[in-house]
Design a protein around this ligand. Sequence first.
Ligand code: MN
Length: 245
Amino acid sequence: MSPSRPRIGITISTGGAQSPKAERYAAAVRAAGGEPVWLPPGAAVSARVLDDIDALLLSGGKDIDPELFGERVVPDAHVEIDAPRDAAELSLARAALQSDCPILGICRGIQTLNVAAGGTLHQDLGLAHHDARTHDQHGSGKAEWEPVHPITIAEGSRLATLLHGMRAEVNSFHHQAVKAVASGFVVTATAPDGVIEALEDPHRPFVIAVQWHPERMVDRHADQRQLFAALIDAARQRRALAQKS
Ligand code: MN
């Protein structure tokens, strides 16, 4: 690995970096020219972690504790919590926003980012009267890279540029989604049932979060590689700025 590769911190559960799901994130980052740096809760809480990375990838995983956005767990919501990840990643996401560190959020990552910035989540899409089956392709017989629903992308958004248009087809592995959007963020993609599928912060150098799993699609859907390419570009720019100052 060349030392000039930007270092991309990837959040992960304790011990989770060895899993095939985790390897998908690392492979997508490497293929786009970045060097993956795993950030399990113990590493993510370090005050200096943002000095050691050039960009942050908030990855998928379990649910965020509803108490962290001011709600109690709704009965039958099937909420599964990873408290060490919640604590470490919410503070890391806030620090990254504050220091304009480039951020790509994926699945749980869009939820982490929204809650970190003051937003809320649907604890369970079915209970919120959305099309829960469409949004979770586990058990559908579809491969992880196969799209299961379309999204409509906001005109003029960074996502529209990256995915080359205002419509795309995406995979889906979530039972939660963004409810109240944190102030400063804009919704840049939605599913046909209204579920929020992407957020951006147009006032920061690079903050994009998506509800689907692009790292599981990149081998067969070239457009999805643009999300990782753009993150690595933003990481290089941040590194160049840091070296000048
Ligand atoms: Mn979905």
